[in-house]
Design a protein around this ligand. Structure first.
Ligand code: F1P
Length: 358
């Protein structure tokens, strides 16, 4: 991997983004060696509906996990920010029999996540599963069960490989629950596909950022890709102190498109299921004068002509395997934008690695 000219700033964040294919493989190996997925499948086999929760990046991870869970298992699954379990538990049907709660936290110490796990387990007698990069954390001692993937932890404040690796871990558990034996092989292939493209993607994004300056960043996606769009918006905000927002792609027509202009970057995370409808929005926004990034598996000629930057994975994976690699370009966009604006992505402005409440 050629060291980018930017790798001497924010070194942790940059290397952690680029390490994702290898870290995914390391996590797969460790989970396979300790049979963590098979064991967890056995412990949760009786659960009939799933509630995923976390904060910040881990909340968007929870949203993506809930979508993947339903797609793979057919079971009901939903995601809420941990704060909602603290403040509005009556909205979340926490007494549902057969409910399995999954509390996601890289650090395992975020106060809202810990308190949510305590409320779920003690007050609502719900089964709690912790997903974390910190095996010795308070989350691990608070939840009844835990899957830890320490290989994916970061030195950087910003969550990048921890997000994608914990998502892939939950995908493996969903596949095991569904009796789907193909997904583990698919995800190994996705890691290989990303490894062969991540250097090219990094160069294209670095050049794209160097040639332009934006006032606002819009991320558009549908279905299980929408939480990835939300995470992408958070990355560019955290790493470059930029305004950013995410919408469902077709929702963007219903008012928000009024902000389309050359100085606003619009990143489309294109699904395969909704490609035709989503591509029509992309073409319309180009016609309105927007600057367009297309993140997709394979770009049609229409998408290629209407986009200012096209990033293709060209994978044979089913659509659900594309979520984790699709977050990588959004991480690189945030990183290079942060460098260009003079920030250090390893230590974002105003932020701390963990939010601990009194
Ligand atoms: C959750 C989180 C991160 C955010 C920042 C503050 O951390 O909100 O998503 O980027 O680091 O903490 P965690 O509960 O996953 O450790």
């Amino acid at each position: 991997m050629p060291a980018s000219s930017s790798s001497n700033h924010g070194p942790h964040t940059f290397s952690e983004i680029l390490s994702q294919p290898d870290i995914w493989r390391a996590c797969f190996r460790r989970l396979n060696e300790n049979s963590a997925i098979e064991e967890m499948r056995g412990k949760t086999a009786a659960r009939k509906s799933w509630l995923f929760t976390g904060c910040g990046t881990s909340y968007y991870l929870a949203e993506a996990a809930a979508a993947c869970w339903t797609l793979l298992t057919g079971q009901k699954a939903r995601a809420v920010p941990s704060s909602e379990i603290l403040l509005f538990p009556q909205l979340e049907h926490l007494s549902d029999p057969g409910l399995q709660a999954v509390v996601i936290s890289r650090s395992g110490t975020t106060s809202e996540a810990i308190r949510a796990a305590e409320i779920l387990g003690k007050k609502y007698k719900t089964s709690t599963l912790g997903i974390t990069c910190s095996p010795q954390s308070e989350l691990a001692t608070t939840c009844q069960m835990t899957i830890a993937i320490p290989d994916a932890d970061e030195k950087s404040m910003v969550m990048t490989r921890s997000f994608s690796s914990m998502l892939l871990t939950i995908l493996l558990l969903a596949a095991e629950t569904a009796g789907n034996k193909d997904i583990p092989v698919v995800l190994e292939g996705v890691a290989g596909g990303l490894a062969s493209r991540i250097g090219t993607w990094n160069g294209k994004i670095e050049e794209f950022v160097a040639e332009r300056s934006f006032e606002d960043y819009i991320y558009l996606a549908q279905g299980p890709f929408f939480p990835i769009a939300r995470e992408g918006a958070l990355k560019v905000t955290e790493m470059s102190h930029s305004y950013a927002q995410a919408y469902h792609t077709l929702e963007f027509r219903h008012g928000p498109k009024s902000i389309v202009a050359p100085q606003n970057c619009i990143a489309f995370l294109l699904s395969e299921s909704g490609m035709t409808a989503e591509s029509e929005v992309l073409v319309e926004m180009k016609q309105l004068g927007g600057t367009i990034i297309a993140i997709c598996n394979r770009a049609s000629e229409t998408v290629r002509k209407a986009s200012d930057l096209v990033l293709e994975l060209e994978s044979s994976s089913p659509e659900i395997g594309l979520l984790a690699p699709f977050v990588v370009p959004t991480q690189l966009l945030g990183y290079h934008t942060g460098l260009k604006k003079g920030f250090n992505p390893d230590e974002p402005k105003n932020l701390t690695r963990v939010v601990i409440l009194d």
